[in-house]
Design a protein around this ligand. Sequence first.
Ligand SMILES: [Fe+2]
Ligand SMILES: [Fe+2]
Length: 139
Amino acid sequence: MSKETLISYLNKQLHSEYQAMHTYMYHAATLQNEELAAALREFCREEQNHAIMLMDLIEHMGGVPEASCEVNVDQEDDILSSLVMSIAEEDSAVQMYTMIRDLMETPAQRTIIESTIAEEKRHHAVLQDLLAKAKKQMF
Ligand SMILES: [Fe+2]
Ligand SMILES: [Fe+2]
């Protein structure tokens, strides 16, 4: 695979991180559930760190991180549907980072991506717990 193609994958994932940051920021502010809002604020900071990590990697590989992008936050005020959507997004982040990890050239880069995968998996698990709680309260 060419370096340009790999950089394009990293930029595509960078866009997903922008999307995740904005989605969690928005829902942390608007959902009326303090436990959920606290978790989403923490996730937002972690997604921001992932974005910075990706920018560093792109720079290091001689590429240009995409700084401007369009994000579409689903302004869904229903807790259940926003949790289901976020769980799907976390799942796709795990898949994408797993592919990226296997394409990285150095063990150090693979280790960085591996720790990012662990965080995305944790987001996925926490969101699933919160979804189970939300369902119990609502049904
Ligand atoms: Fe992330
Ligand atoms: Fe995440």
